[in-house]
Design a binder for this molecule. Sequence first.
Ligand code: HEC
Length: 129
Amino acid sequence: MKQSKFFIILTAIFLFLISSCAPKPTKKVPIEFEAGQKYFHRVCANCHGVDALGKNTKAPGLIDPEYLPENFSDEEFYQQIVEGSKKMPSQRNKVSDPEIKEIIKYLRYSQKIADLVVEEDDPENDDEE
Ligand code: HEC
């Protein structure tokens, strides 16, 4: 009897490991961003990483100062998704326009809460470099 219990636990661990391979969000977001989070993880996370963090993934993380609104506009996001680039295939047939809007909304929210260190002429940041 003890052995079968052990087997069940082993199976549970195995299933957990398999399921954790799929890109699943690790963060709980407010309800209005959940749709975008879902679309992002369906379409983009394979390359850009879970939560768009892109660590050790084939595409850059998007929660990065480089992609904040002042450096990378919503329009540029839209174009990148629809047209793709040399290294990124167009995602046109994977997402609809309303879905893209949700994805961008979700990414902007994630950037906002990520506490990114932005390089500015702020003297208080000087000793952090
Ligand atoms: C098949 C892999 C793949 C998928 C899927 C993918 N990307 Fe990319 N993405 C890339 C790669 C690779 C780059 C780097 C492109 C380059 O350097 O030219 C990139 C670059 C980008 C950039 C930066 C462009 C720039 O000019 O710096 C943005 C923004 C972006 N992707 C958004 C998305 C979004 C949003 C999705 C989902 C709708 C998505 N990507 C899906 C591979 C992917």
